[in-house]
Design a protein around this ligand. Structure first.
Ligand code: ADP
Ligand code: MG
Length: 171
């Protein structure tokens, strides 16, 4: 996928109450504006990467990009599980993410247990991959470090290692 790593940010909106939080795997949903900007070569499936809420710390994440049943599978959704335990929900906050690599395509599971096991595998794979030296440096990317000082944290004005004004993906 040519577009990886892919940087974007947007407000955390309410999802469709599929109860991911009850499964212990809450997923922060992006609005359509962020999803609609995805480059065509970013296919549906499970990705690993980094994420930060507001101007907070950068954590590892796994993201599912998939077809949204709520819209009769005509619309894609992007759902990020941040690999960190937060004290509170962060609806309405700006979530900044970089998609670093692809883990696997989406698929259905025979049971909830099988689904949870698959997601936990994804999380373990993400943790290992994101410790590779070539990925560690993304933590210090201008995209994340500039947030604290930036006055305008607009949805999906992505930055890159070299410039802060690049629209969307700087790579
Ligand atoms: P929804 O259907 O509204 O997306 P979820 O059950 O998927 O509900 O929970 C997602 C919400 O949980 C996020 O929008 C965020 O506010 C909160 N949350 C708390 N911890 C996390 C986390 N580690 N990763 C993602 N979201 C989290
Ligand atoms: Mg969700």
């Amino acid at each position: 996928m040519k577009s990886l790593p892919y940087f974007c940010r947007g407000e955390v909106i309410r999802g469709f109450g599929r109860g991911s939080k009850e499964l212990g795997i809450p997923t922060a949903n992006f609005p359509d504006s962020v999803v609609d900007n995805l480059p065509a070569d970013i296919s549906t499936g499970i990705y690993y990467g980094l994420a930060c809420v507001g101007s907070g710390d950068v954590y590892k994440m796994v993201m599912s990009i998939g077809w949204n049943p709520y819209y009769k599978n005509t619309k894609k959704s992007m759902e990020t599980h941040v690999i960190h335990t937060f004290k509170e929900d962060f609806y309405g906050e700006i979530l900044s993410v970089v998609l670093v690599g692809y883990i696997r395509p989406e698929r259905t599971y025979d049971s909830l247990e099988a689904l949870i096991a698959a997601i936990n595998n994804d999380i373990e794979e993400a943790k290992v991959k994101l410790d590779l030296p070539e990925h560690l440096k993304l933590r210090n990317d201008n995209f994340f470090t500039s947030i604290a000082s930036s006055s305008s944290v607009l949805p999906c004005t992505a930055a890159s290692t070299s410039t802060s004004q690049t629209i969307m993906n700087g790579h």
